[in-house]
Design a protein around this ligand. Structure first.
Ligand code: KIV
Ligand code: ZN
Length: 517
């Protein structure tokens, strides 16, 4: 390895696998392809596109992503089982640069309760399954799940076996977000010290954020010798999420003085990726989220604003343009034409085909009729209502009239198209939103539970658009729908319908029985 290669940190994105595993973040095939294409354009080195044995949908997604990705390696996940590994290989085999990622729990808790194997049985299984994966694919990544809670001597033993069996990347996961930076570095250093062969493979770090230390733990692992960081856009992932890709990439860029490592990443698409993943997953980005939050570059206090006017470096450690935020203060209104709209959409990091632009233009005009000034955030809300790919219009809101006020009960009269037929129903409820949801339920009865309902004003003013998120749960399946409108009740109805349409799609997906390790 040349000095340059030694200092290169590979970015392994698992938004489509670990990110999608977060409850409610299910993505359609078209959405996965859209995200994967953007990740590839951004210079991500490895895209983990799914867990092929988990469902037909996952298998198809890994296969299709593998077929269209031009530069990045495309990886699928497999448990330590021959069935999983073969299924994974079938999904990635047609990609340009395929990788199989296989794993097994190695900590005492995982050995006893998850895999129910002794230490010796785990060692045998690792050798067998990694060798089996190697018989299909040259590029095999192996992970000891819950590595940070595994006895250090056993971790050394099991990593040695994986290397002997042919693993070319050894990933060390902090599965439950338990470690801290010093310990994260120590684990990697100890492995390098006890296993001379480790210098011939790539060591990777995969951290969860349960204690808010995922980025710090990943960077500590890099300083100790890891050269692959596993991460997700917006830190999307199970529980508190995974290491956020944008934080790692910008930390390595901004603090090159103390973190002298290169990545292949083009950073000025980070904001676009963040918005896309937020839109697709239905998970809003927290306002003060590092790097990509709405307030990450906002300066409110007088002292800060004064400093910024004199020299932006006084209170800004990175430039908004570095992550793709442009000075797009040009406000649009009802007289703006298609060209201005197209330019603005492109400035915001989106591109729409001619038909999509046409449809979007009508919706923009209808918003401009209700709202004098259209800001970037209004357009972003409207864009997130624009389906770029697979769409399910089984249920559609045609008309809505609501009677609400101080006198109860509130009533809603809704006309809904279901499977191309119109139904008009009336319902009462405890408030206008409850009345609307009850009327939708009359047309499409279901037992899904409403887990989460959130309204958020896109901009200031009483004419602001509201973005509504609705999360539903049915037999363990969780879906999130979103919609925006200047009328909060209409936005709620559309978000509810959107989540039901997603639920219908999920019901159609067949999930094969889980296969034991
Ligand atoms: O967190 C974890 O341990 C994982 C493994 C499958 C790598 O996601
Ligand atoms: Zn994980």
């Amino acid at each position: 390895m040349s000095k340059n290669e030694k200092d290169k940190v590979l970015i392994f994105d698992t938004t489509l696998r670990d990110g999608e595993q977060s409850p409610g973040a299910t993505m359609s095939l078209a959405q996965k392809i859209e995200i994967a294409t953007l990740l590839d354009e951004m210079g991500v080195d490895i895209i983990e596109a799914g867990f092929p044995i988990a469902s037909e949908g996952d298998f198809e997604a890994v296969t299709q992503v593998g077929k269209i990705i031009k530069s990045a390696k495309v990886c699928g996940l497999a448990r330590a089982s021959k069935l999983d590994i073969e299924r994974c290989w079938r999904a990635v085999e047609n990609s340009k640069n395929p990788r199989i990622h296989t794993f097994i729990g190695t900590s005492p808790l995982h050995r006893e309760f998850q895999v129910k194997l002794s230490k010796d049985e785990v060692l045998d299984k690792v050798f067998d399954t990694v060798s089996f994966a190697k018989s299909f694919c040259d590029d095999v990544q192996w992970s000891p799940m819950d590595a940070t809670r595994t006895e250090s001597e056993f971790l050394v033993e099991v990593v040695k076996i994986a290397i002997q069996a042919g693993a070319s990347t050894i990933n060390i996961p902090d599965t439950v977000g338990y470690t801290a930076p010093k310990e994260s570095a120590h684990i990697i250093k100890n492995l390098f010290c006890k296993i001379p062969e480790l210098k011939d493979v790539i060591v990777s770090t995969h951290c969860h954020n349960d204690l808010g230390m995922a980025t710090a733990n990943s960077l500590a692992a890099v300083e100790a010798g890891a050269r692959q960081v596993e991460c997700t856009i917006n830190g999307l992932g199970e529980r508190a999420g995974n290491t956020a890709l944008e934080e790692i990439v910008m930390a390595l860029k901004v603090r090159k003085d103390i973190l002298p490592y290169e990545t292949n990443m083009i950073t000025n698409k980070l904001i676009q990726a963040s918005r896309l993943v937020s839109k697709v997953s239905g998970f809003p980005v927290q306002f003060n989220k590092a790097v990509v939050g709405k307030n990450a570059f906002a300066h409110e206090s007088g002292i800060h604003q004064d400093g910024m006017l004199k020299h932006s470096g006084t209170f800004e450690i990175m430039k908004p343009e570095d992550i793709g935020l442009t000075e797009t203060n040009l406000v649009l209104g009802k007289h703006s034409g298609r060209a201005a709209l197209r330019k603005k959409i492109n400035d915001l990091g989106y591109s729409l085909g001619d038909n999509q632009l046409q449809d979007f233009f009508y919706r923009f005009k209808s918003l401009a009729d209700k709202k004098k000034e259209i800001y970037d955030d209004d357009l972003l809300a409207l864009l997130s209502d624009t389906s770029m790919g697979e769409k399910n219009d089984f249920l559609k809101l045609i008309d809505l009239n609501v009677k609400c006020g101080t006198q109860s009960p509130q009533t809603a009269k809704a006309t809904i198209m279901m499977d191309s037929k119109e139904y008009t129903v009336e319902s009462i409820g405890d408030g206008p939103v409850d009345a609307v949801f009850n009327s939708i339920k009359k047309v499409f009865p279901h037992t899904a539970k409403l887990q989460h309902f959130q309204i958020h004003a896109v901009t200031e003013g009483t004419d602001a658009q509201a973005t509504v998120s609705v999360r539903l749960e049915e037999s363990g399946k969780i879906v999130t729908g979103q919609s925006s409108d200047t009328d909060t009740v209409v936005a709620s109805a559309k978000a509810y319908i959107n989540s039901l349409n997603k639920l219908i799609l999920r019901r159609q997906k067949k999930v094969p029985k889980a296969i034991a390790n």
